[in-house]
Design a protein around this ligand. Structure first.
Ligand code: HEM
Ligand code: ZN
Length: 185
C-alpha cells in the first residue's frame, strides 16, 4: 500500500484519539510511523496498524477497516474533488472507480496495488440505473474496505442505499459481489 493510505489512517486515528492515540498504535504495532506518501509499504504493516488500532480503541478490526473506508472518501474528496463533481450520483461514481479513477491512480503510481472491479447491471442501457453489482477480486480481500468506501460515497452523494454481499472471498467464493441498490427517498 502507498504511504498516502497510511497518512490517512494516521489522520483518522489522530482526529479521534489525538497524537497520543496514534503513538500508542505505532508502539503496539512496532512501527516508526515514517511514511512517504508516494512510497510503497508492505500490506502487513497496514494490517499490523489496524490490529494495534483495534486493541487501542476496542473497536473490532472489521469495523475499523469499514470506518477507515468511510473516512477515506472524505480525504479523497479533499484531494481529488473533480472525480466526484463530474459524476451524476453514486452509481455513476462507482462505475467511474474502475473505468477512470483507479486507471489514473495506476498512471500516477505504476506500482500501486489498486484492485480491478467488474460491473454488472440488471439493464445495462438503462438511463438512471438504480442497481449496480461491483465484482471485486484482489489478493488483499479488502471487501470490508470497499464497503466503507461505498458507504462514504453514498453519504457524499446523499443517496440512501442498501448493500448486499452474497458472494465473498472470505467465504471461499472466487470473488466478492457487492450489490448496491438505491432506495427511493
Ligand atoms: C476518488 C476516489 C478514489 C481514489 C482516488 C482511489 C484511489 C486508491 C488508492 C490510491 C489506493 C491504494 C493503492 C495502493 O496503496 O497500492 C486504492 C485502493 C483501493 N480502492 Fe480506491 N480509490 C477511490 C475510490 C474507491 C472506491 C469508491 C472504492 C470501492 C468501491 C475503491 C476501492 C478500493 C479498494 C478495495 C482498494 C484496496 C486495494 C485492494 O483491494 O487490492 N476505491 N484506491
Ligand atoms: Zn467479500
Amino acid at each position: 500500500m502507498k504511504g498516502i493510505v497510511f497518512d490517512m489512517l494516521r489522520d483518522m486515528v489522530e482526529e479521534q484519539y489525538g497524537l497520543d492515540g496514534w503513538q500508542a498504535v505505532l508502539d503496539k504495532a512496532g512501527s516508526d510511523g515514517l511514511f512517504i506518501s508516494t512510497d510503497s509499504y508492505h500490506d502487513e504493516e497496514l494490517l499490523a496498524l489496524v490490529a494495534a488500532g483495534s486493541e487501542v480503541t476496542g473497536i473490532d478490526p472489521n469495523d475499523l477497516v469499514f470506518a477507515f473506508g468511510q473516512f477515506m472518501v472524505g480525504e479523497f474528496y479533499k484531494r481529488f474533488p473533480r472525480y466526484f463533481d463530474e459524476c451524476d450520483g453514486l452509481i455513476d461514481f462507482l462505475l467511474s472507480v474502475d473505468r477512470v479513477i483507479h486507471v489514473e491512480v495506476r498512471k500516477l503510481f505504476p506500482d500501486a496495488g489498486v484492485p480491478e472491479f467488474r460491473y454488472s447491471q440488471p439493464t445495462p442501457d438503462q438511463q438512471s440505473p438504480d442497481q449496480l453489482t461491483m465484482i471485486y477480486q484482489s489478493q488483499r480481500k479488502l471487501c470490508r474496505l470497499a464497503e466503507g468506501l461505498i458507504d462514504g460515497s453514498a453519504r457524499h452523494f446523499n443517496q440512501p442505499y442498501q448493500l448486499q454481499h452474497p458472494l465473498c472471498m472470505h467465504r471461499d467464493d472466487p470473488q466478492c459481489h457487492l450489490i448496491v441498490t438505491l432506495l427511493a427517498g
